[in-house]
Design a binder for this molecule. Sequence first.
Ligand SMILES: [Zn+2]
Length: 321
Amino acid sequence: MQQRVVCEVQVGEVSFPVHAITLGNPSLDVPAIGFFGGVHGLERIGAEVVLAFLRSLVMRLPWDGVLHRQLESLRLVFMPLVNPAGIARGTRANARGVDLMRNAPVEAAARVPFLIGGQRISAGLPWYRGEAGAPMEIESQALCRVVDDELLSRSFSLAVDCHSGFGLRDRIWFPHAHTAEPIAHLPELLALKRILDQTLTHHRYVLEPQSRQYLAHGDLWDHLYLRACEQPGRTFLPLTLEMGSWLWVKKNPRQLFSRHGIFNPLIEHRQQRVLRRHVGWLDFMARAACSHRRWVPLDEGLRGALRTQALAHWYGGAADV
Ligand SMILES: [Zn+2]
């Protein structure tokens, strides 16, 4: 297990390091998975879910032989606190007022919702993209470098980015965010949905393209996914977990009066339940990455059939809520 500082965010006198932690086989021949949290500083629970999973792996290292066998054929990378200044200040954006998830050079193909889809009016308003034509923020660049080095360098990789604050259900989003156009990897995603449904029975996740909820400019995962698609023979599936925080608010309406309360479970037993549930899903994802050859469809006929079913399921107007 190794850790390195991939960038330093300077805010006045204080310097915040952004860490990347890697474990498992460094060979480029094995698949990889990346876990990301704290892109939005206010959504602390996302960072806590990633840290809870990392902690459970570290605690298993001294005794768990099955984990060691998994690590021989898998690379894992963790970036639990992508936006440490935002976490320290309790803001969605970084210290310069930029929303990192609106910061990539990707333009939405159609109208985006006002403000929330990304805006260049002012860093004083939420969902600010940064100046047009400016380089990405250093935190965004650091995330892209880690994805380039550890994930896109391999023929198969997954990414999981943990967020909170959207609605009553726990959602798992895949690209695109910038267009309602379906991605090329629908067969893989339907195959992943099948093994998820079969393995974590009674799970409460809704797996869907982000574009089913809203379109946005500047999505980092769209940017990286499009880049991965330029390399033939590469499969990179980035997923965003959006934990449905309104459920926590509904059960404890006092949370509405706290800025943190809208995005994070404030009651300890609820926080523990949230961590337990999602750590189980992260472990499932690590196994799915490791064993991708057993579930990713390769046969062209099968891929075509899965694509047709996926289009009907996600783009045919069928309700899945
Ligand atoms: Zn978020």
